[in-house]
Design a protein around this ligand. Structure first.
Ligand code: SF4
Ligand code: SF4
Ligand code: FES
Length: 469
């Protein structure tokens, strides 16, 4: 029998135990108690991924102990974000109290006369939302919850479930609004760890849509709406825009590809230099660049804040423009635009700039710089793009790369515009994690701007590449 070592964080002290490989974490904990008399306290019941009671922090992420296999040197800790009661058991009581306070049952103001029939389609509508097993992993990983009194994704999921149930007569959107519905940054950390694969950030967006229609919205989000209705951009214009300054087409020498550059609002109206850097970098890779002048805001700020009606108009305008082009790809240099074009428009030919450039074996000039990389949530989790930017940075000779664990900077989901204090707090926490580097690289003008405001020296990947082509 091959034995491996696992580590257990028991009230601040790390204990090491040898256990047979091929056990689940739950079996390993039972083995340790049986063979070593360790008497470690932990919670479990169904042993079959159904009750949610065995969730622990395993190698830094929330996981179910009954379905996770042990690995050598694995670190097992209590679920983060909760008070530890004993060893690996955390206090779930505040969560149950919260459920109680939101009236976690179907509220009937008038009782029906007899049995009510519920159509199958009604049941189907909430199927995914009802799959939750109360493991609390989503709460453990939520940046908004850890920095405010936002109750977390599963509470919002439950409110949406009741809101979609026609028998329920409670004003669920009102409850959600006063439970800080707009504090979620739509970072998708919760989705990444949910063992039931519930699309929690989509549930929150849907709940915001229903809330917005009932008048439960933040004034700042309504102002963004007005900007878009006025100029098709989410921010006001203060100078000549990038699209006004740039040409419509840039032909590359030895053209290998032809792309359309989808700029997004910030590059068009604020970060104009990043726009021109993108063109230069693409041309240097023998990629011709088309700049469709009729492109408008992708709609992400509206979709993320529940204003789908405006987003649909924008979508229609962009699709009309983009679908008429004779191009290989649409390229984005903004995590939010890329994620929206891929996941909401469902366009198949969209690439983040890093996904495109990684395919080219181009040599870069030497640059002596110590850098790190910030993963924009809508690029890492929204588009599964995180290896490509790191690889590109490492290709630059002379660069010293210090990697950083992903963590939301607080700029997304309308939090930067609508819940400024929370955005700042999250931004400051993120900025503090970068030490001893000359620059932090990212591929999102929102993250860039937000982290710069926290005093960090941040540049877009394209601006770094422009220095070395
Ligand atoms: S998307 Fe991010 S901020 Fe929103 S509930 Fe999930 S973990 Fe929290
Ligand atoms: S929503 Fe998913 S992660 Fe959150 S408590 Fe339910 S099952 Fe666990
Ligand atoms: S013991 Fe029930 S989900 Fe793991």
């Amino acid at each position: 029998m091959t034995m491996i070592t696992i580590k257990i964080n028991r009230e601040g002290k790390i204990e090491k135990y040898k256990v047979p490989e091929n056990l689940t974490v739950l079996e390993a904990l039972e083995y340790i108690n049986r063979e070593y008399g360790a008497n470690i306290k932990f919670r479990a019941s169904c042993r079959n991924s159904q009750c949610g009671s065995c969730a622990l922090t395993i190698n830094g992420s929330p996981r179910l102990a009954c379905e996770t296999l042990v690995k050598d040197n694995m670190l097992i800790e209590p679920l983060r974000g909760f008070r530890v009661v004993k060893d690996l058991i955390v206090d779930r009581e505040p969560y149950y109290q919260k459920l109680k306070s939101i009236r976690n049952y179907i509220v009937r103001k008038k009782l029906p006369n007899g049995l009510e029939e519920i159509e199958e389609s009604e049941v189907e509508k909430t199927k995914e939302l009802r799959a939750c097993i109360d493991c609390l992993s989503c709460l453990s990983t939520c940046p908004a919850r850890s920095s405010s009194n936002f109750p977390g994704a599963t509470v919002m999921r439950q409110l949406l479930r009741f809101s979609l149930d026609k028998r329920d007569e409670e004003d669920r959107e009102r409850i959600a609004f006063f439970e800080n519905l707009y504090f979620c940054t739509t970072c998708s950390s919760c989705v990444e760890v949910c063992p039931m694969n519930i699309k929690l950030e989509r549930a929150i967006e849907k709940l915001r849509e229903l809330a917005f229609k009932k008048g439960y919205f933040l004034e700042e989000h309504r102002k963004v709406r007005e900007n878009i209705l006025k100029s098709n951009r989410s921010i006001p214009k203060i100078k000549e825009s990038f699209l006004e300054k740039a040409k419509e087409f840039y032909k590359a020498e030895n053209e290998k590809l032809r792309v359309a550059f989808f700029t997004g609002c910030l590059i068009d109206y604020r970060n104009i230099a990043v726009g021109f850097d993108t063109i230069e970098v693409l041309l240097a890779h023998n990629i011709s660049v088309y700049l469709p002048k009729a492109q408008v805001c992708c709609g992400s700020p509206m979709l993320r804040t529940g204003q789908r009606d405006v987003a649909e108009d924008l979508m229609e305008k962009n699709l009309e423009t983009l679908e008429s082009l004779d191009i290989d790809y649409i390229v984005t240099v903004c995590a939010g635009c890329g994620s929206t074009l891929k996941n909401d428009y469902k366009l198949k030919n969209v690439k983040d700039i890093s996904e495109l450039l990684i395919e080219f074996e181009r040599e870069y000039k030497k640059l002596k710089l110590r850098v790190s990389y910030h993963d924009p949530c809508h690029l890492r989790r929204g588009q599964n793009v995180y290896k490509e930017p790191r690889e590109l940075i490492k290709r630059i000779p002379g660069i010293e790369f210090l990697d950083s664990k992903p963590q939301c900077c607080g700029a997304g989901g309308g939090v930067r515009s609508g819940v400024k204090e929370l955005a700042k707090l999250l931004g400051k926490r993120r900025a503090k994690q970068f030490r001893d580097v000359d620059k932090v690289i990212t591929i999102c003008p929102f993250c860039e701007l937000h982290l710069k405001e926290q005093g960090l020296d941040v540049i877009n990947l394209v601006s770094l590449l422009k220095k070395v082509i």
